[in-house]
Ligand binder design. Structure first.
Ligand code: UN1
Length: 573
């Protein structure tokens, strides 16, 4: 099977080589025919991969030099199913070595003055700026997110480097009054040591960035294991860092060891790794949390979300529609901050469903499907799928909704739709997998489900939103809060009293509690993370840096006499 990329208004999918003549008459901008055995890296269109250090065969371990002795995996373009390049994963032993190297590097790095460390992070940000376009393109290609979202992801990395460079000069402790004469209490923040970062496929560059920038600035070393299916982003990102470290003659304060579950397990259970920052599912995160706690390590968990967009009766309706569009189907529903539930006041319910469906139609005005021809001699079937340009390959400039990341997302999508229908849900839009070589699903709106259906309470990493009809602000808040997850939430209202209810102590119980903006797309300046089964961790801005530090309380006596606190008298005279 082959697939034509970047073909504007039509995607042609064939199931037989001899269909080529037929296809040619339907396609305007097709490139040369590619065999599925070809690697994208070998085609001139993908030369940008070489600009960021990707080769046909890549090592997935960096600990001062590049290596890898684990299995070889092939990275796949989810938009076509075609191979991009190969990566040799790390082994458990290589993870062990990387830990040792990271601990040693920490000893040196923690003694470098913080503003000097900050300058190194600034340089990393500068280097990221230089490679933003090709690196962002690789993020798009390997994850499946559209061009502007790939660029936006690298921008988050750049932003957090700028932030960290400033932070390095201002993060500080405090001076506290002592109850004893001529005593003073100081509070100081010290690095922890080696910090492990395990990131997910959906943000393969930025999540490492906001962990690494803050952890390194505060004097830690960092060891990263990215998701196996986005290993090329891990490799290319680490090459950018390695360049800066080499230039500054630094030891490997940032290392990488790609690998499977056993390699991750080694990182999680090793007591030399003082903090494990894990981004991924609630189920895996729970195990990581328990495992790290067993050895009294520290953990930052960024787990699932089940984010609701609340539509109050006086909401700015146009803004709601735009927020819902980006929130629900941006990144093909694969952000942990994706809008998964729209809880709308009953007065606006019918209008919301109708107008959101109309908006989705503008994105996905398919399907003038399907020409199905049976070839006599080969008994093969050809499908020609014609869609408007907004659903399509992630690197096509017209695309708004790219593929989901893998077959697993497709399976979860199908299971969620089947369950929703069984539970009485009505599909107001979409609901089907798009038959193609890539992993495409129809953006989907489901109505008429009870607010507490199991499927509504579950996070499905796909572009599905459930629209729920509520009677009052109190009810919307209750439904927002009744799910296990507590990452992001947003209300659209012009009612100041309801806005304050929403952000008050009885309001949204999430880490992100927005008003009149989307559930997704948080900036780096605030602390990012959520409550309950989302794990409680905070990363990125505000005072999230404290999570990468240990706090020292220092009582300093300059009186020349020993005195006990609380008036205790204790001597033997
Ligand atoms: C994630 O999906 O794991 O708020 C992170 C956002 C992005 C981060 C998402 N800044 O959507």
């Amino acid at each position: 099977m082959s697939v034509f990329r970047h073909i504007g208004k039509s995607i042609l999918l064939k199931h037989n080589q001899s269909a080529l003549t037929l296809q040619a008459s339907f396609i305007h901008k097709s490139h040369s025919v590619k065999s599925k055995n070809d690697y994208l890296i070998d085609t001139p269109e993908y030369d940008f991969l070489k600009d960021i250090g990707i080769e046909r065969e890549n090592f997935g371990v960096y600990n001062g030099s590049w290596q890898g002795s684990g299995e070889v995996i092939t990275s796949i373009d989810p938009g076509t199913g075609r191979k991009i390049a190969n990566i040799r994963m790390g082994s458990v032993q290589e993870m062990d070595e990387a830990i040792q190297i990271g601990v040693k590097a920490y000893e040196q790095w923690s003694q470098v003055p913080a503003p000097v460390r900050g300058d190194v992070i600034r340089q990393i940000g500068e280097e990221m700026r230089k490679y933003k376009e090709p690196l962002g393109k690789l993020v798009s290609l390997e994850v499946g997110k559209i061009h502007s979202e790939g660029q936006g992801e690298v921008q988050e990395f750049i932003d957090i480097c700028d932030y960290a460079a400033g932070l390095s000069r201002i993060y500080s402790g405090q001076v506290i009054n002592s109850e004893r004469p001529e005593h003073i209490i100081l509070e100081a923040w010290r690095p922890l040591g080696l910090v492990g970062v395990i990131s997910a496929y959906n943000f393969p560059n930025a999540v490492f960035g906001w962990n690494a920038a803050i952890a390194l600035t505060t004097g830690n070393s960092v060891l990263w294991k990215g998701a196996p299916t986005t290993s090329l982003v891990s490799v290319a990102t680490m090459k950018v860092l390695a360049e800066v470290l080499n230039r500054n003659k630094l030891p490997p304060i940032a290392t990488l060891c790609q690998g499977g579950a056993n390699v991750g397990q080694q990182l999680v259970s090793d007591a030399r790794v003082k903090l494990v920052s894990f981004t991924g599912s609630c189920a895996t995160g729970r195990n990581v949390g328990v495992e790290v706690q067993k050895r009294f390590g520290k953990v930052i968990l960024e787990l699932g979300g089940n984010n609701a967009l609340i539509v109050d009766q006086d909401a700015n309706f146009q803004m709601v529609l735009e927020a819902a569009l980006f929130g629900c189907i941006g990144t093909s529903g694969q952000r942990c901050t994706t809008t998964r539930r729209i809880i709308v006041h009953e007065k606006l319910y019918d209008r919301l469903v109708k107008e959101l469906v109309a908006k989705y139609k503008q994105v996905y005005n398919s399907l003038f499907l399907i020409f199905s021809l049976v070839m006599n001699q080969l008994n093969s079937v050809y499908f020609i799928l014609q869609v408007l340009p907004k659903v399509g390959h992630q690197l096509d400039p017209n695309t708004l909704v790219g593929p989901v990341h893998s077959q697993q997302n497709i399976e979860h999508y199908k299971a969620a739709i089947a369950e929703a229908v069984k539970l009485g849900g009505k599909i107001a839009f979409g609901g089907k997998v798009i038959q193609s070589d890539g992993f495409y699903t129809e953006p989907t709106i489901i109505t008429d489900l009870p607010h507490d259906s199991p499927v509504v309470h579950r996070e499905t990493f796909a572009p599905i939103v459930y629209v729920l009809k509520a009677k009052s602000i109190e009810q919307t808040i209750a439904w927002n809060n009744e799910v296990d997850q507590g990452l992001s939430s947003a209300i659209f209202t012009e009612n100041i009293s309801n806005a304050f209810k929403w952000i008050g102590p009885q309001g949204s119980d999430c880490g992100i509690v927005n008003i009149n903006t989307t559930t997704n797309g948080a900036e780096i300046g605030g602390a990012f993370g959520g409550e309950k089964h989302t794990g409680g961790g905070r990363e990125s801005g505000s005072d999230a840096w404290k999570q990468y530090c240990k706090r020292s309380t220092i009582t300093l006596n300059h009186s020349g006499k020993l005195a006990c606190a609380q008036g205790v008298v204790f001597n033997v005279e």
